[in-house]
Design a protein around this ligand. Structure first.
Ligand code: PPY
Length: 375
């Protein structure tokens, strides 16, 4: 099997983006048809540079006054690249202003304009429709929980992973000014924030109510003047919605890290001068030892795996959109998501994926991006 790499560049002067990418040819499927792994594809970059949404965290459509000045700004990781025309990079995220996801966006892109969305799907669509240049979404945390829904969205959409952000969320109990923690009967927050703050919340003896957005919970308590309800949210949420910070870092594990992915319409060019990670998803035929064989393609080349996730697909069709954007219904027994520590510019990674493709029934590279080594 010959593995050929082709770098494709084109149309820089025509108002279109440079189509840059790496195509791996030479593999045939069981019907003898050629198959290829397509890493990336150029896109039209013209329209919508001045488009704005009505909903911007910097546009301040948010009620509440500043209350305390206890905000610890996240340490910059700065993947940050400001667009050439001097405008701020627009980053969509699910949640309200003051959420931890927005904190993560500001860590990586300190000067960005964040675009709050009601759902993860909307954050993807904001990028696809040019309302945002990037989306950011949580994917897993160091307690071992993965956000499975977001894995499904990665596959259903054709955005590329262009970065990761590792972020230690500082969970703070918040309440209306003048309310002491003994007065609280219940605490509202994202299930992950509630679960991670179990020891302190148990000591407080409060009921817990799940809301899928910590900052949204803060906004709710503030705007409804709830005197017997607190929230677990960020110090920035306290500032935005005019709540008091009752304590700091109440998480059971002070080092619990949440990992976020940054997505964009175009992939970034893989490099080898700094540590890169690659994320892939694939399916295998059923049979004894096939997963071992799949993992061996990395072990043989001494490529470290940082994540493996499997998602059963027995019960429902999944609409898969590949880079050619020809969506079709597919039924898989299992999807395997793997992150490995190598750049696609590294021949070891190219050979490993060429090898994997010899027996994988589906393979897509979700992105190749610099590792966040800031923590
Ligand atoms: O609700 C938020 O603030 C989020 O951004 C989701 C989340 C919740 C807890 C930890 C990390 C991200």
């Amino acid at each position: 099997m010959a593995l050929k790499c082709v770098a494709v560049m084109g149309w820089p002067d025509s108002g279109r983006s440079i189509a840059s990418g790496v195509v791996f040819h030479g593999v045939r499927n069981s019907n003898g048809e050629p198959r290829k792994i397509f890493v990336s594809l150029g896109r039209f970059s013209g329209p919508a540079d001045n488009q704005k949404t009505g909903k911007s965290s910097t546009g301040n459509d948010v009620p509440g006054k500043l209350c305390r000045n206890l905000v610890s700004l996240p340490k910059p990781l700065t993947i940050s690249v400001t667009p050439n025309d001097g405008t701020k990079v627009r980053i969509s995220f699910k949640g309200s202003p003051g959420s931890f996801t927005e904190d993560a966006a500001l860590k990586a892109y300190p000067n960005c304009e964040t675009i709050p969305c009601d759902e993860f799907e909307e954050a993807f669509k904001a990028v696809e429709s040019w309302l945002a240049e990037k989306a950011i979404l949580p994917i897993e945390n160091s307690s071992g929980e993965s956000i499975h829904h977001n894995y499904d969205l990665l596959l259903r959409h054709r955005l590329h992973i262009v970065g990761e952000v590792q972020f230690v969320a500082n969970f703070c109990p918040l309440a209306l000014p003048g309310i002491r923690e003994e007065k609280l009967k219940c605490v509202l927050s994202h299930p992950q924030a509630l679960a991670s703050s179990d020891i302190v919340l148990t000591q407080l003896g409060v009921a817990r109510e799940n809301i899928d957005d910590t900052a949204g919970a803060a906004q709710y308590v503030a705007s409804n003047g709830l005197r017997d309800a607190g929230v677990v949210a960020s110090a920035r949420a306290a500032e935005i919605y005019g709540l008091n910070i009752l304590a700091d870092r109440i998480q059971d594990d002070p080092d619990n890290i949440t990992r976020f992915l940054v997505l964009a319409r175009d992939p970034i060019m893989p490099r080898t001068d700094k540590p890169f990670k690659t994320s892939i998803v694939f399916t295998l035929d059923e049979g004894p030892g096939v997963l071992t064989k799949a993992l061996a393609v990395f072990a043989l080349r001494e490529i470290n795996l940082t994540k493996i996730e499997s998602r059963p697909q027995k019960m429902r069709a999944l609409r898969v959109v590949d880079d050619s954007n020809t969506g079709r219904a597919k039924y898989f027994d299992y999807l395997f998501y793997i992150d490995f520590e190598a750049s696609m510019a590294d021949p070891r990674a190219q050979n490993a994926l060429g090898h994997l493709q010899e027996f994988a029934t589906f393979l897509r590279i979700l992105g190749c991006y610099p590792m966040d080594t800031s923590l």
